[in-house]
Ligand binder design. Sequence first.
Ligand code: ZN
Length: 136
Amino acid sequence: MCRICEGPIDQPRAVIHLKCCPLVSAIPPNLVNLSHLDCSGCTRLVSIPYTLVRLRWLDCSGCTDLISLPPTFTWLQVLDCSRCYLLTAIPSTYAKLRALVCADCELLASLPDTFTLLMRLDIASVLGMPLAGVHP
Ligand SMILES: [Zn+2]
């Protein structure tokens, strides 16, 4: 159980922590004020609504059913998508990204060359991934 499983959220919220809820399968698309989302370990989550355009911080690590990330999160600065085994790409529109953790993303073949602000990159076991455009 998490805040989303409990029922509709009527107040505008900036921060939501759902950490490790095995029940939540969707995030309400009307949470447009959200800047901070921790949905790590939510193993039934397949996608994150593209309407959350104010997101600056997203932890979706261990969302093992997550198929893709929407290109609309253009303000995102911190992204942890490690252990998202089905993720094949990170949108090139995330040009403000400063920290990226994508350990064990086995299907992630490369990173966009638009990620010029990246200060911290943790790819751990992702070996042989081309890092063109990453300037540590
Ligand atoms: Zn829940």
